[in-house]
Design a protein around this ligand. Structure first.
Ligand SMILES: [Zn+2]
Length: 256
């Protein structure tokens, strides 16, 4: 049964075929900051929810830094950004987001974060996990790098091995291993091999990004749609194969 699933996943020719093949349809997006999910994979989340997937969003920080307003406090900013992330999740059809409470700029790559991610995976049992590619070359935010690497390490070997974090057993949580990992943040760098067609949901993605009012500096839906159109047109002129409206990842299939 399990091997049959792996065979079906390996023979899927498109992301949509892969998403159709997976059961149960449970995904988890693990990011560093409120708004990462929408920029990196908001279109993919919208595609998944339109196909009946349940999508959890786990955010390591509450985005409590990064403002030009001298009167803003970290605590107030965190509250605003959590609420923006909740609204973005609603617009994408995802579940209520989970915040792990690390400080913006202070996401560690350590046992504490890994343990929290293992807990979330054993509790919510995603078959598909999307996170930042912590290994891609080029300049990258430390929080993105660390959340990506910690997610990778939480999936393998920790979450699926009952001798890691044995205290979870006391809560009735069983080991778990997702079957697919998608590593995002590949635009212009990295070596993506998995391109999700987001054209049918492009407006949904833009509206989810726009839920992050404190971050978008007055940009409008029309402006953002225009940017997306220009990027698609540039790809077409460069002879890039469809999909032209895309989110790109490196795909890892996890055997079990
Ligand atoms: Zn970020």
């Amino acid at each position: 049964m399990v091997n049959a699933l792996n065979t079906r996943l390996e023979s899927a020719r498109t992301p949509r075929e892969l998403f159709e093949a997976v059961e149960p349809k449970r995904a988890m997006v693990i990011t560093a900051h409120p708004d990462d999910c929408e920029f990196m994979c908001g279109g993919t989340v919208a595609v998944l929810t339109s196909m009946g997937w349940h999508v959890d969003i786990v955010v390591a920080t509450s985005g409590n830094k990064g403002t030009k307003d001298p009167k803003m406090t970290s605590q107030r900013l965190a509250g605003i950004r959590e609420e923006e992330q909740r609204e973005a999740a609603r617009r994408l059809g995802a579940a209520e987001p989970v915040f792990l409470g690390f400080h913006d700029g202070g996401v560690p790559d350590n046992d504490e974060l890994r343990a929290l991610l293992v807990y979330q995976m054993r509790l919510r049992r995603p078959e598909l996990v999307i996170t930042w590619d912590g290994f891609r070359p080029g300049f990258n935010h430390r929080d993105h790098r660390n959340v990506g690497r910690s997610t990778y390490d939480a999936i393998y070997p920790a979450a699926d091995d009952h001798l890691y974090l044995t205290e979870h057993k006391d809560e009735g949580l069983e080991p778990h291993r997702p079957v697919i990992l998608l590593l995002g943040g590949q635009a212009n760098v990295g070596d993506p091999d998995f391109h999700v067609d987001i054209q049918p949901v492009i407006r949904k993605k833009v509206r989810a990004i726009l839920a992050h009012t404190s971050q978008i500096r007055g940009r409008t839906e029309a402006e953002m749609l225009k940017t997306q159109r220009e990027q698609a047109e540039a790809r077409r002129q460069a002879g890039v194969e469809a999909p032209l409206y895309r989110e790109s990842f490196r795909r890892v299939l996890l055997r079990r």
